[in-house]
Design a protein around this ligand. Structure first.
Ligand code: KET
Length: 438
């Protein structure tokens, strides 16, 4: 009898979402005392995000010397967020037109879609003229990757996605949450602090035909190590031989070299060799539009007819995910890229951002060489983009944060975009203490 009651309690609890804490019978009436309890009581606490969680911890810190080198977000010499001058000018133009707030079409803002292709492939590229590039404006780089992952899950069923080891941490979540199987390919060699090209080629050669390979278009995150043009050509050959689908994550166009065209070298090379590619593009970093969520998913395909069909399916997926993308950031990006004067000015501002990062890289390297000459610090200026992959271990990172209030990701990555000249000495001292004593 008792056993039966406890079973029934469990069933009722599960069905109605209440926990029965005391059951008694009295004469003819059954009195149930129930205590309300959330049906989500069993939902476990998720760990903080490895990157954005660092910003949360930074904000919570009251230390005056705290330094946020976690998230890849550009800061000026006063370590303040920057709104580019071209963005302000574009916004002034947009506001003067007094535009409405209607929904965009599912595939996004037409002038933005054009601008995005021009930026990726170069204006007038044959793939654009032939109409074989499908573009859908999406929610910045992350949303574009996610739409791409959904497309892979639906139309390349069973294929494995290969991501570099290491990579931007969210790649695993994006593909994993779509139920897409992912595996690592070797990428970084800690011995040489450079590319493990042999390992990369071996792993991609061993990948099943038809697999997807995620490649960072430029300024690999977190390592700052990119293949050389010759190595890119060999990777393209291999993708052709093994029928692998390259999926470029282009989040730093303009941040590797300060030059938009040079930074688009790899995806353009693959397209010019006749490969079909997928690309996620982000305007978070190069236009500083982080919070506006501006980006696109591009598929460059064999012919126009395939592009039309693929776009129709991308729209179908986006419709159920978020319906249609936001207007404001897309208007800004289109205004800047499609206006030759603003476009030139933007290139100058981008060179300014890339140049400032380049300068603090040099300063940090020199400070470390002076303080700790027995160690080779040359990797700092060899790496490119926003980050330096320092090789600090998780316990050394803990020392950086707990003792020196330097907030950074536990993989040892620091965002040089969050460093200024005034803080170089401070950071170098923290690194040397962590390397020597932990
Ligand atoms: N790809 C890569 C390689 C990348 O580093 C980021 C962002 C994104 C895509 C997506 O950015 P979006 O803002 O969705 O366009 N990286 C930085 C911020 C983040 O983790 O979200 C970072 O690594 O700090």
């Amino acid at each position: 009898m008792l056993l039966a009651w406890s079973k029934m309690q469990q069933v009722i609890s599960r069905r109605v979402g209440v926990h029965i804490c005391n059951v008694s019978t009295s004469r003819s009436r059954l009195a149930l005392q129930v205590r309300c309890m959330s049906r989500f009581a069993d939902v476990a606490q998720a760990p903080p995000d490895p990157i954005l969680g660092v910003s949360e911890a930074f904000r919570a810190s009251t230390s005056p010397s705290k330094l946020n080198l976690g998230v890849g977000a550009y800061r000026d010499e006063d370590l303040k967020p920057v709104v580019l001058s071209v963005v302000k000018k574009a916004e002034a133009k947009i506001f003067s037109r007094n535009e409405n707030k209607e929904y965009l079409s599912i595939e996004g803002f037409e002038p933005f879609r054009k601008a995005t292709l021009d930026l990726l492939l170069g204006a007038g590229h044959p793939a654009i003229k032939e109409g074989r590039a499908a573009v859908i404006q999406s929610l910045s780089g992350t949303g574009s990757l996610r739409v791409g992952a959904a497309f892979i899950a639906r139309f390349l069923k069973g294929s494995t996605v290969y991501i570099s080891n290491p990579t931007w941490g969210n790649h695993r979540n994006i593909f994993g949450d779509e139920g897409v199987k992912w595996e690592y390919y070797r990428y970084f060699d800690p011995e040489t602090v450079g590319l493990d090209f042999k390992g990369l080629m071996e792993d991609l050669k061993a990948a099943p035909q038809g697999s997807v390979v995620v490649l960072h278009g430029c300024a690999h995150n977190p390592t700052g190590v990119d293949p050389t043009p010759e190595q890119w050509a060999a990777i393209a050959d291999l993708c052709q031989e093994r029928n692998l689908l390259p999926f470029f994550d282009v989040a730093y166009q303009g941040f590797a070299t300060g030059d938009l065209d040079k930074d688009a070298f790899a995806p353009r090379l693959f397209v010019d060799r006749g490969l079909e590619i997928m690309v996620s593009q982000s305007y978070s970093k190069n236009l500083g539009l982080y919070g506006e969520r501006v980006g696109a998913l591009v598929m460059v395909l064999k012919d126009k007819e395939t592009a039309t069909r693929c776009l129709s399916q991308l729209k179908r997926l986006a419709r159920a995910l978020y319906s249609n993308p936001p207007t404001h950031g897309a208007r800004i990006a289109a205004e800047v890229v499609n206006d030759s004067e603003l476009f030139e000015e933007w290139k100058g501002e981008m060179r300014g951002m890339a140049g400032r990062i380049e300068r603090v890289r040099g300063e940090l390297q020199r400070a470390l060489e002076a303080k700790c000459p027995d160690k080779d610090w040359s990797f700092i200026t060899k790496q490119i983009g926003m980050f330096s992959f320092t090789g600090l271990t998780p316990s050394q990172v803990d020392n950086m944060t707990n003792k020196h209030q330097v907030y950074m990701t536990r993989d040892g990555r620091i965002s040089l975009a969050g460093l200024n000249s005034a803080k170089v000495e401070y950071l170098a001292n923290a690194i040397v203490d962590s390397v020597r004593n932990h």
